[in-house]
Design a binder for this molecule. Structure first.
Ligand SMILES: *Cc1c(COP(=O)(O)O)cnc(C)c1O
Length: 364
């Protein structure tokens, strides 16, 4: 059996440190917004060269609070990709703003910057580029458009902690960078968690207020907020893993190179890494018209694989009839039919990659 992600292997590797970190929190018994949240915020801000980092309850809340702090509200249009996890667009609609979907490029699966400008209207306020599967979106083009039309950029970095675009960390390129610490992400806890990085002091202050019931002084509430704090035990766990993040990402990268040289089929498009980008391979996602046969063959051998994502967001039931569906988005729709993500995690072994590729190579 080879799973998509085996969280046990990493836990066994780091067990003494993680167990001690959890025990420490229990001993101190400061469970909400304690010293580990503060320290992790400082560490993640420094890693990204940003002035502020704010821990929140999930990656979804990171996006929601960042959008709200950037002033996005009812009637505003926010441009994003249809080929992502639902959370990216869900938060736009939850704020009664309108998600406007722009098609993707089939080689990186990221938003196609050439198709953004035609979707910009007088109501457009922001762009959410997603660095999908760990590959940076084309931020130079996106930043130029944002400058021209005075739009905010909220980066969805849920799958791309540590990825580099022209030498800079993703999340440090827009107004806000939003991260998820969901257990299967590159940098993760053992539960939900998220974080926002920003240089904007006012935005940081608002997010801190939002995450804590709209309050800065206890029992005095300025605005409607949420209960959306990063948990102290999760922060302690994430801090232990954060010490190893660059190695974890490097190991993923090495696995990707092994997959790349061991897959010999001409009917498979391998994931690319654009010049001046460092991909962190949250997923290793191939594309093939014979995807379903490959998936079945892998399953027969006890090897997991997954389709991220089977239904692009503009075709999801939740957005049906809401008027956000708009035109057909051909690349996203084609990719949904052809993508296949293979097992990928730092502790994956070379012999396992070879077994997976042998199965794929033999499918007729
Ligand atoms: C996981 C994910 C999110 C949401 O993160 P949660 O921590 O699960 O709320 C948002 N966007 C993308 C692209 C994701 O992969």
């Amino acid at each position: 059996m080879i799973p998509m992600v085996d969280l046990q292997r990493q836990y066994q590797q780091l067990k003494p440190d993680i167990d001690a970190a959890i025990q420490d929190v229990l001993n101190q018994s400061q469970f909400i917004l304690g010293p580990n949240v503060t320290a992790l915020e400082r560490e993640v801000a420094a890693y990204h060269g940003k002035a502020f980092a704010i821990g929140v309850a999930s990656g979804t809340d990171a996006l929601l609070l960042a959008l709200r702090a950037c002033g996005i509200g009812p009637g505003d249009e926010v441009i994003t990709t249809p080929f992502t996890f639902i959370a990216t667009a869900e938060v736009i609609a939850l704020l009664q703003a309108v998600p406007v979907f722009v098609d993707i490029k089939p080689d990186t699966f990221n938003i196609d910057p050439e198709k953004i400008e035609e979707k910009i209207t007088a109501k457009t306020r922001a762009i959410i580029p997603v660095h999908l599967f760990g590959h940076p979106a084309e931020m130079n083009a996106i930043t130029a458009l944002a400058g021209k039309y005075n739009l905010k950029i909220i980066e969805d970095c849920a799958q791309a902690f540590g990825a580099l675009y022209h030498g800079k960390k993703v999340g440090a390129l827009g107004d806000c960078g939003c991260f998820s610490f969901f257990p299967s992400k590159n940098l993760a806890g053992y539960g939900d968690g998220g974080m926002i990085v920003t240089d904007d002091e006012d935005v940081a202050k608002q997010i801190k207020m939002f995450r804590n019931h709209g309050s800065t002084v206890r029992y005095y509430h300025h605005v409607l907020g949420y209960n959306s704090r990063l948990d102290e035990i999760q922060a302690a766990i994430i801090r232990e893993k954060f010490k190893h993040i660059d190695r974890f990402n490097k190991e993923r990268h090495e696995h990707a190179e092994r997959y790349r040289s061991a897959i010999k089929r001409t009917d498979v498009a391998l994931p690319i890494e654009q010049p001046d980008c460092v991909h962190v391979y949250h997923q290793f996602t191939i594309r093939s018209k014979n995807r379903d046969r490959m998936m079945a063959a892998l399953q027969e051998k006890g090897i997991a694989s997954a389709i991220y994502y089977p239904v692009p967001l503009h075709l999801q039931e939740v957005f049906a009839g809401s008027g956000v569906a708009g035109n057909r988005l051909v690349c996203a729709e084609t990719c949904a039919m052809e993508v296949l993500s293979l097992p990928m995690f730092p502790e994956l072994r070379q012999d396992e990659i070879q077994i997976i590729c042998d199965v794929i190579n033999r499918v007729s």
